[in-house]
Design a protein around this ligand. Structure first.
Ligand code: PLP
Length: 360
């Protein structure tokens, strides 16, 4: 059952239930502890120091981020162990920013080419920069093949970089509801092959890091010794569809108000693409599920309008506040400045989306 929200929220609003959130954080931490695997959650989902602090309190080893900007935002809030899981090209102003961060926090960065390794080594100067070689476990986005990881690791070492190991993101686990079980094996086996490739090249991997919410519990076994899920803190409609979460593990909704019932057979809510994004996997209908209208999807979107088809019968009165479970929570969070934090249906706090929009 999705959590309750206050009735008097100004909408559209990003509403997080702190009790569900803390339960999700504690459960993932416990699952990883049971498996003897380190947790370095991806903070691009929540972008919020309040959530990150709770993750570290539960034993997370550090944070994963997607950009230098996110790393800077978390460093400014006192987070000291940050992994930029991205093939960062440290040229232009980024080189100086990287160097400055490196002087302040324990920083590691992803690398998937010799060119980017050269730029990283140059930017680091006399500081020791830690890198992880990214491998492609089937997503076909970034990363070298597992077999090529050893050569790149050795070349990084020759440039004076500290090679901690290998990482991958099994984003192809999102392709269809049956994908996570199969993809978790691909992810695990690709990392095992990459780790062996590093060993053969004389650069043994200290860190073998997997990362995606749908596969996290399945790929967390040796030689994998780190997991970087992000979405698990809030979950969303996609995670429920993939079987990685249940309705009562959804910790975030977009609260929205019925603003028009003028067109027969539909209601219009004040959450459009500027609140819900247009993210939609091919296997899901619509742009979010309206919990308070029997879970019907938001059928279509304009920027500030969400169109919801309703069955026969009177529409809900204008002004009704409804909870929408978004398809993909990470991109939705990035559209808001503030979380409305609730517990037992009451507003208890407001948190800033600390690293919102820090793309660069
Ligand atoms: N690691 C990397 C490199 C990612 O790109 C992502 C998500 O995009 C994650 C970890 C976290 O995955 P998820 O959003 O499935 O929790």
């Amino acid at each position: 059952m999705t959590f309750a929200i206050p009735e008097d929220l100004e909408t559209p609003a990003l509403v997080v239930d702190v009790d569900v959130l803390e339960r999700n954080i504690a459960t993932m931490a416990e699952r990883m502890r049971e498996r003897g695997v380190r947790l370095r959650p991806h903070a691009k989902t929540h972008k919020c120091h309040e959530v990150a602090s709770r993750q570290l309190e539960q034993g997370a080893a550090g944070l994963t981020v997607a950009s230098l900007g996110e790393a800077e935002a978390f460093a400014a809030r006192g987070f000291e162990d940050l992994f930029v899981a991205y093939p960062l090209l440290a040229h232009g102003p980024k080189a100086a920013r990287l160097r400055s961060l490196l002087e302040r926090v324990r920083l590691s960065v992803g690398v998937d080419s010799l060119e980017s390794a050269r730029l990283l080594a140059e930017a680091a100067g006399s500081e020791l920069l830690t890198v992880l070689v990214e491998i492609d476990s089937g997503l076909r986005r970034t990363g070298v093949s597992p077999e090529a990881a050893g050569d790149l690791a050795r070349a990084c070492g020759d440039l004076g970089l500290d090679v901690a190991g290998v990482f991958t993101h099994a984003g192809h686990s999102y392709r269809e509801p049956s994908a996570p079980a199969v993809v978790a094996i691909e992810e695990h086996d690709a990392l095992a092959a990459a780790s062996e490739s590093l060993r053969l090249s004389g650069v043994p991997a200290r860190t073998v890091s997997a990362g995606s919410t749908p596969t996290a519990l399945r790929s967390a076994s040796a030689p994998v010794n780190e997991e970087r899920p992000g979405t698990y803190v809030f979950n969303d409609r996609q995670q429920v569809g993939l079987g990685s979460a249940t309705d009562d593990q959804v910790a975030l909704v977009v609260a929205s108000t019925v603003v028009s019932t003028a067109v027969t057979g539909q209601v219009v809510i004040d959450a459009g693409s500027k609140a819900l994004t247009s993210d939609k996997p091919a296997w899901l209908n619509g742009h979010g599920a309206v919990v308070d209208l029997d879970g019907v999807p938001v059928g279509s979107l304009n920027e500030c309008h969400g169109m919801v088809a309703i069955a026969d019968g009177p529409p809900p009165p204008l002004g009704t506040v409804v909870r929408v479970v978004p398809n993909h929570v990470c991109t939705v969070v990035n559209l808001f400045d503030t979380y409305e934090v609730v517990s037992n249906g009451k507003l208890v706090d407001r948190w800033p989306v600390t690293a919102r929009g820090h793309l660069i």
